[in-house]
Design a protein around this ligand. Sequence first.
Ligand code: HEC
Length: 151
Amino acid sequence: MDRLVTVGLVLACASVGGISTGARGAGVETLVALQDTTVLDGVFTSAQARRGRRIYTRDCASCHGQEMKGGEMAPSIAGSDFIVFWTELPVGSMFERIKVSMPEDGPGRLTDEEYTDVLAYMLSENSYPAGETELPADKAELDKIMIVAAE
Ligand code: HEC
């Protein structure tokens, strides 16, 4: 009984610490540590990123630029500012964000597979490593992969 109370207190203190150091504080880091997979683990294949590049060129580059550096009307979607914003969020959130709002001139126009291939290309352009397995076109599975800063 005593021991349970102690554990509860430690957890309560840990979460208070997380809040007091801001939304990106200790509490969030603990959550990330519990996740097995991150974008550093080779979560897409280079063939998938190449497919994504063709889709990106067709459906995204007109606004975001072929280098993903953004244009007059659209923000950059590559580089440290972009990744800092998404750090500690799951890839599934980025999938959902793109699917509901992009391409801005026709949201939802792509298939889930096409959105996923574009995500693979975005990860590769953001310097994350390719691996042996493709990124799955499934939000629940993508939610298990965390975005962390590139090494
Ligand atoms: C017609 C122009 C246009 C096209 C085409 C377009 N976008 Fe966008 N995109 C925008 C604009 C404008 C914003 C900023 C407004 C907003 O966030 O909705 C944006 C925002 C984004 C963001 C959020 C950026 C951030 O800082 O988090 C992502 C990610 C994104 N676009 C990805 C894509 C992808 C992937 C495609 C292709 C499937 C695409 N966009 C096609 C105009 C466009």
